[in-house]
Ligand binder design. Structure first.
Ligand code: 57M
Length: 358
């Protein structure tokens, strides 16, 4: 909104011409998100305590998690506000992609919100049933995928990193792939969100990677030079990624060990799906799996554990998702989290290197 208000004034105040630039508005978006997050989070932590929005009903967590009882949850609500408000202030609101990602964040955040509320109010801390949750996720993912697919000129080819000549056109099947990516990513972040700072760290590295890619993909010159698909209007997503980055950093301030706030499903489901929707729009679906490798590893650890237990009657890990395995091996929480962050930084750098290595 501020963009629409300030930029037209450039004919009288020449300096306002600067609002034309995506880079400048991205910096403003990051700063706005940081300010909102830093001021709103402590206020909301107090409110969550007052309203008894606290995680205290899990019974099966490793013993050490007992000390985490009473930590307010649903911090994802603040992350969403600190992402969406700066986006609405600094992005071009005529941009279709911005609304798609905002819709993704709100719809998946809504599913998480209902789940979080039910966990707090329901018996034994149980949220909505796994089946209902999955159906809601698939339903919204299908709507989002169709909205993306129906946009005129949307490319349904799949980019395979490192191979510039392998670009299979999936046509209508693309919608199915897109649903899988959206649902998979939202659950991947959700599974990862089990230690202080563990999920938000890789969210930040993926978000930074996509901030760069959105800018390049939305610019004809850079896209042509780097031989990546040009996606009209995708550049504005740089501003949204910036807002998510600022919101995530602000949240990490309070989620760092010992956490004063958890993001809840409101945060994990929406952030995962939000990143997936950006990946789909900027045509970097496989890159999401590389940069977001931590989410893939966490998800795979659960699949392997469940299948192994079913088929062999034996566990592969002491406990899945894999961060619990290291906890039970006696690693300190901080060590696990920082090591996972280091891996996600390496993965993000590797993802960025695909721009040149092909
Ligand atoms: C997310 N939620 C945390 C918090 C957070 C299929 C199965 C693998 C599913 C999986 C599962 O339920 N995953 C969902 C796990 C919970 O955190 C809340 O949930 C939100 C995210 N949805 O924002 O509100 C607890 O995690 C800890 N936490 C932190 N810091 C944070 O910043 O310390 C969270 C955020 C919090 C806090 O203790 O209360 C959770 O773990 O419950 N299920 C599992 O992960 C279970 N694994 C399991 O059953 N493994 C078996 C299977 C796969 C065969 C096995 O290995 O044998 C674990 N769940 C729990 N305890 N609760 C097992 C241990």
């Amino acid at each position: 909104m501020l963009y629409h208000l300030l930029y037209p004034l450039h004919s009288t105040i020449f300096a306002f011409n600067v609002f034309r630039y995506i880079t400048f508005r991205t910096v403003l978006s990051i700063l706005t998100a940081l300010i909102i997050s830093f001021f709103l989070t402590p206020y909301m932590i107090r409110k969550f305590h007052e309203w008894k929005i606290k995680s205290d009903k899990r019974e099966d967590v490793p013993e050490r998690h007992g000390e985490k009882r009473g930590t307010p949850t649903m911090g994802g609500f603040v992350i969403l506000l600190s992402t969406i408000i700066p986006t609405l202030l600094w992005a071009d609101l005529r941009n279709y992609w911005i609304w798609i990602v905002v819709f993704t964040l709100v719809s998946f955040g809504g599913i998480g919100f209902i789940d979080d509320i039910k966990k707090l109010k329901g018996k034994n801390g149980k949220g909505i049933s796994g089946k209902t949750k999955m159906l809601l996720q698939i339903g919204f993912a299908a709507i989002i995928s169709i909205l993306i697919y129906s946009q005129q000129g949307f490319i349904t080819s799949l980019i395979v990193p490192f191979f510039k000549n392998i670009r299979p056109d999936l046509n209508g099947i693309y919608i199915i792939l897109s649903v899988i990516i959206l649902v998979g990513a939202s659950n991947g972040v959700n599974l990862t969100d089990g230690l202080d700072g563990l999920a938000i760290g890789p969210v930040l590295t993926v978000c930074s990677t996509f901030m760069l890619f959105a800018y390049l993909v939305g610019n004809t010159i850079f896209a042509q030079y780097l031989q990546i698909f040009y996606v009209k209007g995708a550049g504005e997503l740089t501003i949204l990624c910036g807002a998510m980055l600022g919101a995530g950093i602000g949240f990490l301030w309070y989620n760092a060990y010992p956490a004063e706030l958890f993001m809840g499903d409101t945060g994990s489901l929406s952030l995962g799906a939000g990143l997936a929707s950006i990946a789909i729009i900027i045509k970097q679906e496989i890159l999401l799996m590389i940069a977001g490798g931590i989410f893939v590893i966490e998800t795979l650890s659960v699949i392997i554990q469940v299948l192994s237990f079913k088929w062999r009657g034996k566990r592969v890990f002491k406990m899945a998702p894999i961060h619990h395995h290291f906890e039970l091996k006696g690693w300190n929480e901080g060590k696990i989290v920082v090591r996972f962050w280091i891996i996600s930084i390496i993965l993000a750098l590797f993802a960025i290197s695909t721009l040149k290595l092909r």
